[in-house]
Every structure is written in C-alpha cells, then in structure tokens.
Design a protein around this ligand. Structure first.
Ligand code: 13P
Ligand code: SF4
Length: 337
C-alpha cells in the first residue's frame, strides 16, 4: 500500500521544480549519508539508477538485503510489490518508492477477492505464490516464491500435496515442467515477457549463429523452448558472465544488459525482439517510472512512502518467512539459481 502524502511549503518540490543545475548524484549521496539510507535497485532499472545504488539484485537478494539492513531508510528502486516486501520484512524502517505508480501487470492480474475465491475452490491445495503480487494476496498464500527459489521450494513439498500457483501462468507452466508436479495455475502474465516473438527470435539467432539464448521463466513456452539457459535475473546474469560463449540473446527486460556489459565488457548482448523485430518491447513501463530525480525527491521528502497496516503485514510476513527459510543459500556463483 503506498501512502502518497501531498507535501506543502518548502518540501513541496516537484520533479519539474528541481534546480536544473543541481548535481543529483551528489545530492543523493548527501541524503544517503544524512538519513542513513540504503538504495536498493532491481536489475530492470535504468543504468544510472543501478550505478548509484548500494546494492543491485533480483527479487530474492533484494528481499534478503531489506531484511538484513541496519539503515534507517530503504530507498527501493524497483516496483511496488518489491518495496512492500521490504516494509513487511523491515517494518521499523522508512521505505520509499520513487514513483508511487510503479506497479506490475502480474500484481494487477490477481486481485485479492478473486484470489480468495480461487483458494476457496481448492481447499486441499497448498498455495505457492510468486512474489510479484500485492501484500493482500501474500497474506492469503501459504508460501511465497521467486523465480530463483521456486523449484527448490516445490521439491521440499510432499509428492502427494496438490499445489495452486499464482499469478504467472508462464512461470507456473515452466515450474510444472521442471518439477514434474501437477499444479493448478492462475492465468496472469507479465506484459513485458509475453511480447517476445518466437519468429523474430529465430531470425535473430539465424543472423547471429554464435549467440546463445538466455530467458527468464516469465516468457512463454515458445520462447523458453529455444533457450540454452532459463533462470531468474540473477541466474541469467551469472550464466552469461561465467559461460565460455561470447554472444547472447537476452529474453528478459533489457536493462539487465547494463550489468552484463559491466561484468563482461568483451561480450556481445542482443535484446530479444518483439513482433515488429525491434527490442522495444523489452522495457518494463513500471520500472521505467523511477528516475534519478524522483529518487532524490523521494529521499528528500520521504514520500511516496510504503505503509502496510500491521494486521496485514503480520499475515503477509508468514509466507515470506517460509520462503526465506526454505530458500537454498547462494554460495558458489556458478551454482546460483
Ligand atoms: P527476478 O526475481 O528474476 O529478479 O524477477 C523479477 C521480475 O519482476 C521479473 O519480471
Ligand atoms: Fe512486473 Fe513484468 Fe515489470 Fe517484472 S517486468 S515488474 S513481472 S511487469
């Protein structure tokens, strides 16, 4: 839940009202020190946001960082459900999200009342829910998973236990295939990963025959079937850096290429194409709402601030804690999920 407080007086600076000569990075650094803030950024953020963050990671690592930090303020450069997880795990911290409208199509696809009915229709099922959902849906779930720990968590459930999976149908189908478990799956999709075109992907690979294809499991089967490696953002990044191959087609949000280029500057990365043959589809419009300017203003004004009512927080905390307890630790880089 985002508390969009309207400020007044000297604090009421808007993005347009910023002094154009201000050194944003220096001001962010000043506020970071003065407010004892930590800036967490997802791999899908603009490169300039990733570069000024204290930590860049996937959903799982970001939630672990948020749970462990001793900072007073968490500045979450990602989308709302990620910042909400930070607040649920670290309730005494001030958590700000640079743009209050930074949502997620998967979260939107799964409204709490509909999800409650879904659960009621399957009373004997355990509900495994992808972290890309609201605090309300988390509170109605048994265990939260991310794309990086879902298989390991499913493997810990008794074989005869029926499973409900929400809200991403492509990730659900992928998990069914890999784990060999039958699951009842919610029909949500990610508007970014669903736009990749198999036909254009095959054309791109024919033109770049040395390139390996790596894909996030939010992509449809038609894309995953061509992938040499499927995994979370963390896993894809490790794969391309550690692989002996030098060229890759990246079937996930394209801003992760920023980290790939930093870690392996000699390698070549092509964003996977959409139906028109361009890579423009590989931009998450929600992540793109966050900017350096809005990050600065969020730190200055301490808004938009994430607030989760305590009763809801405690209900959502349980399945998140189960996730953290059941997640394998990340040790050797090459083995990471
Ligand atoms: P990761 O957990 O792999 O970072 O994915 C988050 C996400 O939103 C993918 O679209
Ligand atoms: Fe949500 Fe898709 Fe954006 Fe990830 S890329 S935050 S799943 S809309």
């Amino acid at each position: 839940m985002v508390d969009t407080v309207v400020l007044s007086g000297a604090e009421a600076q808007t993005e347009n009202g910023l002094d154009p000569l201000i050194d944003i990075e220096a001001e962010i650094d000043r506020l970071r020190r003065e407010k004892n803030a930590i800036i967490l950024a997802h791999y899908y953020q603009e490169g300039e946001i990733q570069d000024m963050a204290d930590f860049v990671g996937d959903s799982l690592d970001l939630s672990r960082k948020a749970a462990a930090t001793d900072a007073d303020m968490i500045v979450f450069c990602g989308v709302r459900f990620m910042a909400e997880v930070a607040k649920i795990l670290s309730p005494t911290k001030t958590v700000v999200l640079p743009d209050a409208d930074a949502g997620c199509s998967l979260e939107d696809s799964c409204q709490p009342e509909d999800f409650r009915k879904f659960r009621e229709q399957h009373p004997d099922h355990i509900s495994l829910t992808y972290v890309n959902c609201s605090a309300e849906v988390k509170a109605l779930s048994d265990i939260i998973v991310t794309s990086s720990n879902a298989v390991a968590i499913i493997d810990q459930l008794p074989k005869e236990q029926p499973i409900l999976f929400a809200p991403d149908r492509h990730l659900g189908a992928y998990l069914q295939r890999v784990s060999g478990r039958q699951m009842t799956i919610w029909p949500g999709t990610c508007i970014v990963h669903e736009q990749f075109s198999e036909r254009e992907l095959v054309k791109l690979q024919i033109n770049n025959p040395q390139a390996q294809i790596v894909a996030h499991p939010e992509c449809a089967d038609a894309i995953l079937n061509h992938a040499d490696h499927v995994g979370s953002t963390h896993s894809i990044l490790n794969h391309v850096v550690d692989s002996p191959h030098n060229e890759f087609i990246i079937a996930t949000e394209q801003h992760i290429i920023h980290q790939m280029q930093k870690a392996a500057p000699e390698k070549i990365f092509h964003p996977a194409p959409g139906a028109d043959g361009t890579c423009n589809c590989a931009n998450c419009p929600f992540m793109a709402l966050n900017t350096l300017e809005k990050t600065y203003l969020a730190m200055l004004n301490e808004t938009p601030r994430i607030e989760v009512p305590e009763e809801l927080r405690l209900k959502a905390l349980k399945p998140l804690q189960r996730m953290l307890e059941m997640s394998p630790p990340r040790v050797a880089k090459k083995d990471a999920a």
